[in-house]
Design a protein around this ligand. Structure first.
Ligand code: HEC
Length: 265
């Protein structure tokens, strides 16, 4: 009876602990990029992706949008379509119908159809494979990169970027985001006058609002975060159980010790 009580009490305690740990593990959602009062974009360096690889719907949207908007130039050479389908719980029929190009098979790696030589001559450099870009640069950088394109007629692509100055990538999402101009102010830097970015001004609005565009970018960044380490969500979930098991096990061992030593004293 006493043991049974202990087990009942123990499992209630364990459940409470599990809840507490699970609550602490829910990844924080960063607020939408705020305007700082100095004009839109003046605080771009502090913009956060605020993505969560536990958000399956966001990953599914990110996969769809990546394949639509980015895969024409960028590959994910370590990832197969079928793996994306499995991990993101996309039914094989929908995967084959909407996400796998007609010339490819689900088991193929997500390469890009763009011939390397063409890429080289069009952009002056090859669009990099993005399998590990989220690991390499971090999700906040990716978010900032995709939200700070601006019109720059002096560039061959007509666009420039705050996160990667003189980027060779065209502003491929401008239809969604709209076109914006970067306003610079002159500042004395180390004795010389230099243009310093001040804020963005919208020239042509896009088909999405600023918030919709932010969440569109967040989904793609989320997908790239998942691609960089497809097991991360599973690994975290497993980690919680391992810690819980160790705690419960320690507690049982302590109870056993008490039980054994009871008669000795
Ligand atoms: C028309 C071709 C093209 C498309 C479409 C395209 N990119 Fe690019 N991308 C490039 C090129 C070219 C570069 C190399 C830029 C450089 O190094 O200056 C690049 C570079 C990048 C980089 C690396 C930036 C860095 O810091 O090195 C990221 C991240 C990226 N692209 C993300 C995306 C995403 C996400 C999409 C889809 C929304 C996309 N790209 C669509 C051509 C493209």
């Amino acid at each position: 009876m006493r043991t049974r009580n202990l087990i009942v009490r123990g499992s209630a305690w364990g459940a409470a602990l599990a809840l507490a740990i699970a609550a602490a593990w829910v990844p924080g959602r960063a607020p939408l990029a705020q305007e700082s009062g100095h004009g839109y974009g003046s605080d771009w360096e502090s913009w956060k992706a605020g993505n969560s690889v536990a958000d399956l719907a966001s990953l599914q949207r990110g996969a769809r949008d990546f394949l639509n908007y980015c895969n024409g130039c960028h590959s994910l050479q370590f990832m197969r379509y079928s793996r994306v389908g499995q991990d993101l719980k996309i039914p094989p029929k929908l995967l084959a119908e909407y996400l796998v190009p007609s010339t490819r098979k689900p088991a193929d790696y997500i390469t890009s159809p763009m011939p390397a030589a063409d890429a080289e001559s069009w952009f002056g450099k090859q669009p990099p494979d993005l399998s590990l870009i989220a690991q390499d640069r971090g999700v906040d950088y990716l978010y900032q990169y995709l939200t700070t394109f601006y019109v720059d007629p002096s560039r061959a692509t007509g666009a420039n970027n705050l996160a990667l100055a003189t980027t060779a990538m065209p502003d491929v999402l401008s239809e969604l985001e709209g076109l914006k101009r970067a306003v610079f102010r002159n500042e004395q830097v180390a004795g010389a006058t230099q243009p310093v970015f001040d804020h963005f001004e919208t020239i042509v609005p896009g088909s999405l609002t600023r918030e919709q565009y932010a969440s569109f970018v967040r989904d793609i960044v989320n997908f790239l975060d998942y691609v960089g380490e497809p097991n991360q969500d599973h690994r975290r979930a497993l980690g919680v159980w391992v810690v819980l098991f160790l705690l419960v096990f320690t507690w049982l061992t302590w109870l056993l010790k008490k039980e054994y030593w009871k008669d000795v004293h």
